[in-house]
Design a protein around this ligand. Structure first.
Ligand SMILES: NC(=O)C1=CN([C@@H]2O[C@H](COP(=O)(O)OP(=O)(O)OC[C@H]3O[C@@H](n4cnc5c(N)ncnc54)[C@H](OP(=O)(O)O)[C@@H]3O)[C@@H](O)[C@H]2O)C=CC1
Ligand SMILES: CCCCCCCCCCCCCCCC(=O)[C@@H](N)CO
Length: 333
């Protein structure tokens, strides 16, 4: 009897889940004919995101500073056209400098290609090093580009999206925006900031059928990453080995898929999954099953996470001892 009751409860619960899930899950965005703006679209992840959207029939606006890189990328993207109406527009602007300028170029882009359906904030840069070795200007610069750059572009398109009651905004954060690690004192806070912005903004714009996505890519093989690795402290390199290096095409595919579906969280790989569950906090869910998984897995992932943290601490300690040894032998020479 009791067993029957329990079974009935389970069935009722599952039915309830199915009933409420359409309330939570957004309708997918249709990319064919849509206008997609990609900041940082001339290189790395942004370029691959632009190609992925173009392949699916979107019109693209690329935003970055270097004009020749933009034009070269435009040519590269155009090879993937799926119809002869598609356009790739290039805009050279620094997203971190003057809001008025960013606003006016986005207005021009909308006059040419129509209102923005999806904005992907991918322009960003990274500098690693020990806290005391990084100049304070570096903290200011990274916050300006990675955080304020995303604020400016999003601010410039949100009013039209609200009027049209549709749209997608993507913030490209990082796994370093979910956990603070050795060497990332200047970079991590800029990526954590995007998460706070995204949560608050999502709550404001959800009734207008606008969905916000935060992507947390791991180390990804891009020109930016190649630059970063030149000055990376040994500790940061060793710690980062906990998560493998991804290809930009692969990362872009996941970001575009999640953005189309309106998922708040976008991650890749098993460590990406664990980090996202662990750091889900008060972030919104876009499927009931997502919430359930978080409830069930949080505790066990915390235990796994503590082991990771322990191993990171021992990497840092070993490197410190090694450094001190080599410094003292240097002195005796
Ligand atoms: N690669 C990685 O390992 C990871 C990267 N990320 C994030 O993904 C994003 C892209 O990274 P990635 O592809 O490696 O970077 P790249 O350095 O390869 O590309 C960066 C792009 O952003 C543009 N950009 C940089 N600064 C500005 C600015 N001030 N105004 C306008 N455009 C700008 C660059 O063009 P230009 O210089 O001409 O302006 C370029 O198009 C970044 O936000 C990064 O933090 C997240 C996790 C991992
Ligand atoms: C249970 C929990 C598992 C935890 C696993 C933790 C693994 C952390 C590795 C993080 C690597 C940092 C990526 C930064 C990438 C980035 O943004 C820069 N490359 C930008 O250029």
């Amino acid at each position: 009897m009791l067993l029957l009751l329990a079974a009935a409860c389970v069935v009722a619960f599952v039915l309830l889940l199915y009933m409420v899930s359409p309330l939570i899950s957004p309708k997918p965005l249709k990319l064919p004919g849509a206008h997609v703006v990609v900041t940082g679209g001339s290189s790395g992840i942004g370029k691959c995101v632009a190609i992925e959207c173009y392949k699916q029939g979107a019109f693209i606006t690329l935003i970055a500073r270097n004009e020749s890189k933009l034009l070269q990328t435009k040519k590269e993207i155009e090879k993937y056209s799926v119809n002869d109406k598609q356009v790739v527009l290039c805009i050279s602007v620094d997203v971190s400098k003057d809001y008025g300028h960013v606003e006016s170029v986005l207005k021009q882009a909308q006059e040419k290609l129509g209102p923005v359906d999806m904005l992907i904030n991918c322009a960003g840069t990274s500098t690693t090093g020990k806290f005391e070795d990084l100049e304070v200007s570096c903290f200011e610069r990274l916050m300006a580009v990675n955080y304020l750059g995303s604020v400016y572009a999003s601010h410039a398109v949100i009013a039209t999206m609200k009027e049209r009651r549709m749209g997608r905004i993507v913030f490209v954060s990082s796994q370093a925006g979910q956990v603070g690690l050795f060497g990332y004192t200047a970079y991590s806070p800029t990526k954590f900031a995007l998460r706070g912005l995204a949560e608050a903004l999502q709550m404001e714009v959800k009734p207008y059928n606008i969905y916000v996505t935060v992507a947390y890519p791991p180390d990804t093989d891009t020109p930016g990453f190649a630059e970063e690795i030149k000055t990376k402290p040994l500790e940061t390199k060793l710690i980062s080995e906990a998560s493998s290096v991804c290809q930009a095409e692969q990362v872009a595919r996941v970001i575009v898929k999640d953005a189309i579906q309106g998922n708040f969280n976008s991650f890749m790989g098993s460590d990406g999954y664990m980090l996202s569950v662990l750091t889900s906090g008060m972030s919104p869910v876009t499927a009931i099953t997502e919430g359930l998984q978080q409830v069930v897995c949080m505790g066990i992932f915390r235990i796994i996470g503590l082991f990771y943290l322990g191993s990171f601490d021992s990497i840092v300690r070993r490197c410190m001892i090694q450094r001190e040894k080599s410094e003292s032998t240097d002195k005796t020479k």
